[in-house]
Ligand binder design. Structure first.
Ligand code: NAD
Ligand code: UFG
Length: 334
């Protein structure tokens, strides 16, 4: 089985993907600078799969250090998760986001080229669709127009870079996966979303509120043109998302291929709160708050291309995600 280099592998989606890679027999190494994660998550991976990947604590912008990893090991595939991902923070610190995400990816692609590694799977995002007339998004839609934040711009720009590299090199295979909103964690509750610092995404905030570390959830925007006025997203269980990477790895082909990974269903913030309350049996303190800058009302995936071509579709529900989140919370601080 080929050896896979996972950048950002101590992060939320990376660690869950490593579990699925191990389950399929892949050998895995990790590169992460730990700016938004902790090395100990790999102990959790080992508890689940019996294998611990080697961690190189390296910033992917550090070309020399990255080069050293590629010269010591032979990789068949790179799965590239490493990047900064907080939308509001990217509006405050655009240069940091462009520098980290784009320079890091260019370094990585240069190392891959220099060392004859031709296959990459890239973590993109639904944000590349920008502002669309329709809420159900499919891969044929124009991207890059009306993106409301620098984070989304970095994902769009990296997609364009990858397409250009694929055009220039007939051996190069890249699969761009556009994630919708990952939630939940491994059913064991051993690993889960554990970001450093103050969380900015809905589920990590709900988790902190449930633990009493944040007094209440701010429902950001209650006047959107949606049935209950709150924002609608396509929340995908992270284990389904992780399995999407295995499906992608098994269907790599020359050129650039693009897939949405989502459930195809939209859920509002209020519905998420209700689902969490149902699973926990307790009320979650909430307060109505203004819209967040850069947010859009409603998006969800058309995931039919991934089902058709990768033979992948989601299996887990929001209720599964809430159950698994509570299991993680029962043994972690959050
Ligand atoms: P995460 O923050 O948990 O994981 C990203 C990891 O990358 C972290 O461990 C961080 O320490 C590392 N990292 C960041 N910059 C680095 C650098 N320069 N060098 C080395 N390591 C670096 O985030 P996640 O939720 O697991 O997301 C993984 C990828 O998926 C990201 O690229 C993100 O943009 C993308 N994505 C995430 C979501 C989401 O909602 N979680 C949605 C769409 C796309
Ligand atoms: N929300 C709140 N209160 C909060 C945080 C979020 O009401 O305290 C709402 C938002 O307004 C939005 C929904 O919860 O309607 C989801 O917000 P997130 O921040 O969890 O997710 P986003 O959809 O804004 O963005 C996420 C990732 C991006 C990714 C995008 C893809 O953060 O990286 O999904 O759709 F690009």
């Amino acid at each position: 089985m080929e050896r896979v280099l996972v950048t950002g592998g101590t992060g939320f989606i990376g660690s869950h993907t490593i579990v699925e890679l191990h389950n399929k027999g892949y050998e895995v190494d990790v590169v992460d600078n730990l700016c938004n994660s902790k090395a100990e998550i790999l102990d959790g991976v080992e508890k689940i799969t019996g294998k611990k990947p080697e961690l190189f604590k390296v910033d992917i912008r550090d070309k020399e250090a990255l080069e050293k990893i590629f010269s010591e090991r032979r990789y068949g595939l790179v799965i590239h998760f490493a990047g900064l991902k907080a939308v509001p923070e990217s509006i405050e610190k655009p240069l940091e986001y462009y520098e980290n995400n784009i320079s890091g990816t260019i370094n990585l692609l240069e190392c891959m080229k220099e060392h004859g590694v031709h296959k990459i799977i890239f973590s993109s995002s639904a944000t590349v669709y920008g502002t669309q007339e329709k809420s159900k998004l499919d891969e044929t839609m124009v991207t890059g127009q009306g993106i409301t934040n620098p984070y989304g711009e970095t994902k769009y720009m990296i997609e364009e870079i990858l397409k250009d590299v694929a055009d220039s090199d007939p051996e190069f295979s890249c699969t761009i996966l556009r994630y919708f909103n990952p939630i939940g964690n491994h059913e064991s509750g051993i690993i889960g979303e554990d970001p450093n610092g103050i969380p900015l995404n809905l589920m990590p905030i709900i988790m902190k509120v449930a633990k009493g570390k944040i007094p209440q959830l701010q429902i950001c925007g209650t006047d959107y043109p949606t049935p209950d006025g709150t924002g609608i997203r396509d929340y995908i269980h992270v284990v389904d998302l992780a399995k999407g990477h295995i499906a992608a790895a098994e269907h790599m082909k020359p050129g650039a291929s693009i897939y949405n990974l989502g459930t195809g269903r939209g859920t509002s913030v209020r519905e998420m709160v209700t689902a969490f309350e149902k699973a926990s049996g307790k009320a979650l303190p909430c307060v109505e708050a203004p819209r967040r800058p850069g947010d859009i009302a409603e998006v969800y995936a058309d995931p039919s291309k991934a089902e058709r071509e990768l033979n992948w579709k989601t299996e887990l529900t929001i209720d599964d995600a809430m159950r698994d989140t509570l299991k993680f919370l029962s043994s972690h601080e959050a």
